[in-house]
Structures are given as C-alpha cells and as structure tokens.
Design a protein around this ligand. Structure first.
Ligand code: LCS
Length: 394
C-alpha cells in the first residue's frame, strides 16, 4: 500500500510497512540473516541471473532493509532508495557511481568536513577534480562548471554555517550542463524539505541524525525518483560493501515513526532559542534559517516548510569564550552529531570540520568561534536555562 494519499506524519508511521505475512507481526521483523536458502540449484541460479527477484545475500538485499528503503523513498517523494551503513557510505557510493577519472564535481564549500575531504583528497587520487563554491549564490556554481562536470553536490542548510542553497536553481544549472544534482538533506529531514520535488536527481541523508533521531545508530540512505539511478548505485554499493545491517535498519524504521513529532518539538524550541540568543548581550551573531537576519531568510521560507532545529552562533570573546560555554553546559551534551532527541553542542573548527584544514574552513565561512547547537526534545525552559547559565559563566 502506498501512503501518498495520507499526511506526512501518518506516512512516517506506516510507509513501506505491512503486518508480517507469516504471523501478522505489526512491527517489521528483523531478518537477521546473512544468506537466504534456495529451494534448488535452479532457483539459486535464477536469483543470481535476475530472473527471480528473491533474496540471496544480505550485502545485496534484505527484507528489513527493503522496508526501510520503501519507507524513506515514500517520505522523500521518490520511487526507490538504497540504505547504507553510514551517511558517508551513501556519499561515497554516489561519488563512486557518478564520478571517475577525468570527471569534475562542483560542491557547496561548507559541507560536512569528511564529505569535502573525500572529494578533495580521496576522489582526487582517482583522477576526479572538484571545485568548492559558495553555493548560496547559484551563479558561483554556474561559473565553476566545466565540460567534464558530471555532478553538482549541495548541502542545504549547510553544516555548520546553515547557509541555504536554492535547489531548484541548481537543478536547472546542473541539468543544462548535463550533470546530476545531488542534495544532502540531512539537516532538514524530508519533513521540512523535498529536494526531489525541486528537481534534484539524488537526495541523501545521514540517517544517524534526524531520521533515526536517538543517537544510537549510524546509517545513511540514497533516494531518487528515477529508479535506474538507484539501480546503478546499488551495483556499486554491492561491490564496495557499505550495506546497512538489518538490525540497524530496523532501529531506524522505529526511529522514523516519531520523526514528525520529534522535529516539530525540537524546531519550536529552536525558533524561540534562536531569537532569545540573538538578543543576548554575550552573543556576537546567530545564524538560524528562521531569523529574518539570516542572509537567505526568504529562500529558506520558500524552500523549506520550517527552519529546522540547528542553530550556529558565536559568543563575544571568540574561541576561549566559546570553550567556556561548551565546558559549562550540563543538560546539553558536548558531543558531535546532531538531530538526536538530546540537545548537543560542539565546536566545528576543532571537531567535525577539523579535517578540512584552516584554509578550506575560512573559504567555506566556518569561523574559529562558530558553535553549533542541535536543539533536542527536552523541555524548552530546561534547554534555555542550561545554555544561558553557561553563557553567564563567560
Ligand atoms: N551529511 C551531513 C550533513 C552530516 O552532518 C554528516 C555527519 C554526514 C553526512 C555523514 O554521516 P555519517 O556517516 O556520520 O552517518 N555529521 C556529523 C556531524 O556534524 N557531527 O558528527 C557527525
């Protein structure tokens, strides 16, 4: 049953899932099996030749993984999806599928640190060239295109600058140049942004974040409207080996059931916290897509159905003062990652984006004093009290 005729919150609970055919279990069973028995040798051969679509080996496909893929494909308004062991496994699969010696990629400069490092260092070893631009102005992407550009990669809102990129404009630019547009939708989740509807060819997530939402799983996913793109990436993933484990897939399925309520709760707190922070005397600046002071506030309103739960800010007194805040929080946890039910605070320049190096960070607008706050689902007053008491310690 497709769930396209129900509201998003309902689809989070049901999409891709039917009661189990054997016993009627309401929760999708965890098929914790690496391999699947064939009735006879002919059936085994038919499965490997593709004549029989039954399961054969979990690196290639598994029913629990398929339920999760069906669920996220529906939530993103795609037709097919491919779940991966981590978000980086999804990103490396898309790069290994659509890039190769002599090809060129254009990417948002401010992306998750290892994504940039993967393109800049590892893909470069295989003859792939990459150009990083401030994609908040799509003209910068256009200017960086080359005849050999095969892939345009954007992250919006970007980690950790929260810069916003116009997906529709980038899709047009990429397609005119014969390239595909890949969008990392991790910061929004499909509740707030649907890149495939805006023309993106592939949307991906670190499901470690909002989709799973409980800081207890690492996982990733790729989604497309064109199932042929997913088939191509599936072929590469099967050789590369970054398949998700079925137990992990089941945990994400369970997490997704509460996606809409978690993101809405965290976002309501983030909206209040961002405007309170902006007024606070010890704050230098706040970047949050829901504040009119955000440089792409109008675009964010148009492209996203809500401003999300991620806030970046800098305190007066720079890095030393920022460290004092991070060392002083109690309820909020000093840890990387984001999108969990717990509020998390971290320092990108020395943590998530340290691998980029100072020059790339400066070019991407990631200042040394930037603090990233992932607003969780704790009571708003408790979050505010904890953070504001930490600010008082400066
Ligand atoms: N894309 C984005 C936007 C991310 O923030 C991350 C991880 C990834 C992809 C990679 O996903 P993973 O392989 O970790 O599942 N971001 C992290 C962060 O900001 N702090 O810790 C991890």
């Amino acid at each position: 049953m497709k769930h396209t005729d129900v509201n998003f919150d309902t689809a989070c609970i049901h999409a891709g899932q039917e009661p189990d055919k054997l016993f009627g279990g309401v929760s999708v069973p965890i098929f914790q099996s690496s391999t699947f028995a064939f009735e006879d040798a002919d059936q085994g051969a038919a499965r490997f030749s593709g004549k029989d679509s039954g399961y054969k080996y979990t690196r290639i496909g598994n029913p629990t993984n398929a339920a999760l893929e069906g669920c996220i494909a529906e939530l993103e308004n795609g037709t097919a999806a491919l779940a991966t062991a981590t978000g980086m496994a999804a990103i490396s699969t898309v790069f290994m599928t659509f890039l190769g010696a002599g090809k060129h990629a254009v990417s948002t400069g401010s992306v998750y640190g290892p994504t940039r490092t993967l393109l800049e260092r590892e893909m470069a070893r295989f003859g792939v060239e990459s150009t990083f631009v401030d994609s908040s102005n799509p003209e910068n992407i256009k200017a960086a295109l080359r005849p050999e550009t095969a892939l345009v990669y954007i992250e919006t809102p970007a980690n950790p600058t929260l810069s916003i990129t116009d997906i529709e404009a980038c899709a047009k630019i990429a397609h005119e140049a014969g390239a595909i547009l890949v969008v990392d939708n991790t910061f929004c989740s499909p509740l707030l942004q649907k890149p495939l509807d805006l023309g993106a060819d592939v949307v991906l997530h670190s499901m470690t974040k909002f989709l799973n939402g409980h800081s207890d799983v690492v996982a990733g996913i790729l989604v497309a409207k064109d199932a042929a793109l997913i088939k191509k990436m599936h072929g590469v993933l099967c050789q590369m080996g970054g398949t998700i484990d079925p137990h992990q897939a089941w945990l994400v399925l369970r997490g997704v059931k509460t996606l809409a309520m978690r993101v809405k709760t965290a976002m309501e707190s983030a909206k209040k916290l961002a405007s309170e922070l902006e007024k606070h005397p010890k704050i230098e600046w706040v970047k949050y897509p829901g504040l009119p002071s955000h440089p792409q506030y109008e675009l964010a309103k148009r492209q996203m159905s809500g401003p999300g739960a991620m806030i970046s800010f800098e305190v007066k007194g720079g890095v030393a003062a920022g460290k004092k805040v991070m060392d002083s929080v109690g309820l909020c946890t000093l840890a990387v990652s984001l999108g969990g039910i717990e509020s998390l605070i971290q320092h990108p320049a020395s943590m998530t984006h340290a691998s980029m190096g100072p020059e790339a960070r400066q070019q991407a607008g990631i200042t040394d004093g930037l603090i990233r706050f992932s607003v969780g689902c704790e009571d708003y007053e408790d979050i505010k009290k904890d953070l504001f008491e930490a600010l008082d310690k400066i």
